[in-house]
Write a protein that binds this ligand. Structure first.
Ligand SMILES: Nc1ncnc2c1ncn2[C@@H]1O[C@H](COP(=O)(O)OP(=O)(O)O)[C@@H](O)[C@H]1O
Ligand SMILES: [Mg+2]
Length: 446
């Protein structure tokens, strides 16, 4: 879409003076006028990063999230800009000179439905959708999508080149050390590895409670190796009706080989487990496992720069054949985020939100036992509390420690059930010592 001259000029000015929030506010208003809410939101995110709590930007942001979640947006009278009864901070329509008589469609393509419905009450507001949108304006922790020159157009859609490095993973020094020892070290020093009779061949299985960074770490490993990252959910390749799974597995490995060096990340490896296979079409499962074994073995033997990383919350359900030498023969336990990891996760989730007076250290100290996903949830809930309060009082205010404390009082660690299973496994099914790491960890946490 060709931008009109005013917008183009303003964008140039913002590029030249990215730190001047007032300029960016003008751009946001122009974008809203043109119905480009997602672009406007991105600028809101940047502006709030520079001036957390900027009331005008918050108002604009709410308009965007409302529009994107399918709500109606006022193009004329500020009061109808529901569900933002904060009319004092919603001067867009007035300031941006939108013609009040213009029909809603005048806001441009991608705009909201033309019928402007009655004002939704705050209780009708779709928090989840709005949060989703707010989530979108937060800069991603790592930027994918810079396809390497070796990647074909087709592949570029699925294969990423992560810029994330292990240094971006907060804390978790034991995990990093193990990764260095079993994978990164041997790959960097192949001669040394040979001398010591070790190698980076075969697959490495990350395991641990859900939401604690397995996927995140796998991506960082790819970044560390300067390799492509190709994430696959095992459940996606289980196609029980057509028998296509077998071919799927093969084409996945072919794709990985084509894009070598490549970290092929197989998530939810336990979905191929023999316990589950009893319930589902076990012969299909068997075929997929066999195909996977064939491919893994050949990836290992030809050693063409395909590194298979797996992840599972339930390693005890993983098919035993997949755990044999040359396959997923090494496991690394990824536990709950430690203090440094929690600090980094909390910082990440709050850094682009309007916050004031947040004591990150105190917060990280008091959230032992929460997973990365729990911490993300905590930040979201605190944001909602502050937003709800702003709507109630008609005065926009940033997220403070009080919101965090209130949100925290409602959150229970989501990993309770996982730890129960883990305790049983360690107690009754650790005959071969596979779970010694886990056993030690559980002992320490007790
Ligand atoms: N050590 C860490 N440092 C920074 N962020 C982390 C860390 N561990 C987890 N996270 C964050 O927690 C979230 C959940 O992690 P994820 O990798 O999806 O968990 P899993 O794959 O184990 O279920 C991710 O969004 C990630 O950003
Ligand atoms: Mg994951």
């Amino acid at each position: 879409m060709a931008d009109d001259q005013v917008l183009t000029d303003m964008l140039t000015m913002v590029d030249r003076s990215p730190g001047v929030v007032a300029l960016r506010v003008c751009v946001i208003e122009l974008l809203i006028e043109r119905g480009r809410y997602a672009d406007a939101l991105a600028h809101c995110g940047t502006a709030l990063g520079q001036e957390p709590g900027n009331v005008q930007v918050l108002g604009l942001m709410m308009r965007c999230t409302t529009a994107l979640s399918g709500g109606s947006v006022a193009t004329s009278v500020p009061d109808t800009a529901v569900p933002t009864p904060v009319s004092t901070v919603d001067p867009v329509a007035v300031r941006s000179g939108v013609d009040p008589a213009a029909p809603p469609s005048a806001v441009g393509p991608g705009a909201v439905p033309s019928e402007v419905g009655p004002a939704a009450s705050p209780s009708d507001f779709d928090w989840a959708a709005a949060e989703n949108e707010v989530g979108d304006i937060i800069e991603p922790a790592f930027v994918h999508g810079v396809p390497s020159e070796f990647v074909t157009d087709d592949d570029a859609a699925t294969v990423e080149r992560p810029t994330l490095r292990l240094a971006d993973v907060g804390g978790m020094s034991e995990v990093k050390q193990q990764l260095d020892l079993t994978l990164l070290g041997p790959l960097r020093n192949p001669e040394l590895a040979k001398a010591f009779g070790t190698s980076a061949r075969g697959g490495l299985l990350l395991y641990g409670p859900p939401g604690c960074g397995k996927t995140f770490i796998a991506s960082a490993v790819a970044g560390e190796l300067g390799a492509n990252f190709y994430p696959i959910e095992i459940t996606d390749i289980l196609d029980i009706y057509t028998g296509a799974s077998e071919r799927n597995v093969h084409s996945i490995f072919e794709m990985a080989r084509r894009n070598a060096p490549c970290v092929l990340f197989l998530d939810e490896v336990d979905a191929l487990g023999h316990k589950r296979s009893q319930m589902q079409a076990s012969s299909t499962m068997r075929t997929v496992v066999n195909q996977l074994l064939t491919e893994m073995d050949s990836a290992t033997h030809s050693n063409e720069g395909v590194f298979v990383l797996g992840a599972t919350n339930h390693p005890w359900d993983v098919d035993v054949a997949l755990r044999r030498p040359g396959r997923f023969d090494r496991m690394i336990f990824v536990g709950l985020p430690d203090l440094a990891a929690r600090t980094s996760i909390l910082h990440y989730h709050l850094r682009d939100r309007p916050v004031a007076g947040i004591d990150l250290n105190a917060l990280a100290t008091h959230t032992d036992g929460l997973s990365g996903a729990d911490l993300a949830h905590l930040c979201t809930s605190a944001t909602q509390l502050a937003m709800a309060d702003s709507m109630r009082s008609g005065e926009v205010r940033p997220i403070g420690m009080a919101d965090i404390r209130a949100a925290l009082s409602q959150i229970r660690p989501s990993t309770g059930a996982w730890f129960e299973s883990a305790r049983n496994v360690v107690e009754f099914a650790n005959g071969d010592g596979s779970y010694d790491d886990l056993a030690m960890y559980l002992k320490r946490r007790r």
